[in-house]
Design a binder for this molecule. Structure first.
Ligand SMILES: CC(C)(COP(=O)(O)OP(=O)(O)OC[C@H]1O[C@@H](n2cnc3c(N)ncnc32)[C@H](O)[C@@H]1OP(=O)(O)O)[C@@H](O)C(=O)NCCC(=O)NCCS
Length: 244
């Protein structure tokens, strides 16, 4: 069988979006794919000239973060995903990803030296109301490329948080602050009581039990997988499950 691994071209985007949808990544679109290709690596596997898988990796400081790994349903379980992952990570020893709970995903990441280190909780709850509206401001932390990309998608950026208002609710995509609980409390008070709020919080961060004690519930989770010695920064309380 004729198979290759090569960079994704803009002309592949429609097929890549289709493969992502087969793996339940329905928000995948061209802007997202172009961002991954611009700042990192976006590769696809072909078989007999047809794209059958794609994967992405972006550098987060000196760590390679695997953003995506998707194989078309009909091509799964034959080594395609494993080979693509090895190519994405080639030359980079410090690695991380947030793995879905698919058994082949965890196996593939472990094969590449990334071990499960804890859960990233998808938490859903309600705003509290009674506070002042958020003030948009210049982002004060690292990952300026990521925050710039998110801002271009219509998010609100403050000094410590990135969030988007969509479908009548709020999705918090990043919160980076030494006093994350206070910041989060302020954020929840900035929106009318009862508005739904979703955020992605490492289970090991103190914000997780704080939110769970305030009626937030776990609606899903991914598994943080890293090579030895790679940790999330302690100030990072909320992060994007695909882009870290
Ligand atoms: C996860 C995924 C990318 C893996 O790609 P794949 O081509 O199917 O996987 P491979 O054939 O390369 O196998 C990778 C590893 O998983 C193991 N594996 C494959 N299918 C498996 C299954 N159904 N159950 C358990 N392990 C499995 C393989 O044995 C291999 O492990 P090894 O290297 O230790 O032998 C692919 O199945 C997929 O797209 N799944 C749906 C989307 C998804 O969950 N993506 C991950 C997002 S984090």
């Amino acid at each position: 069988m004729d198979s290759t691994i090569r960079p994704v071209a803009p002309g592949d985007h429609a097929r890549v979006v289709q493969i992502a949808a087969e793996g339940d990544f329905i928000e995948c679109e061209s802007n997202y794919l172009s961002f991954i290709a611009d700042v990192g690596r976006l590769l696809c596997s072909t078989s007999e000239g047809e794209v059958v898988a794609f994967g992405g990796m972006i550098p987060v400081l000196d760590v390679a973060m695997v953003t995506d790994l998707f194989v078309a349903e009909a091509a799964r379980g034959r080594g395609v995903g494993g080979r693509l992952l090895a190519e994405l990570l080639d030359g980079r020893s410090r690695r991380m990803t947030f793995s879905a709970q698919h058994p082949a995903a965890l196996a593939a990441y472990q094969r590449e030296g990334m071990e499960p280190r804890g859960r990233l909780l998808y938490l859903s709850g309600s705003a509290l109301g009674g506070g002042s509206p958020l003030t948009p401001a210049a982002w004060m932390h690292d990952r300026g490329d990521l925050v710039g990309h998110l801002a271009a998608q219509g998010t609100t950026v403050t000094a410590n948080a990135v969030l988007i208002a969509e479908n009548g609710g709020i999705e918090v995509l990043r919160l980076d602050a030494p006093n994350a609980i206070d910041e989060c409390h302020q954020l929840l008070r900035a929106f009318d009581a009862g508005i739904s709020v979703t955020m992605y919080v490492p289970e090991a961060h103190a914000l997780a039990p704080w939110l769970l004690a305030r009626d937030f519930v776990i609606i899903d989770h991914d598994v943080l997988c890293t090579t030895a010695g790679v940790d999330l920064p302690p100030t990072l309380a909320v992060l994007h499950p695909g882009l870290a």
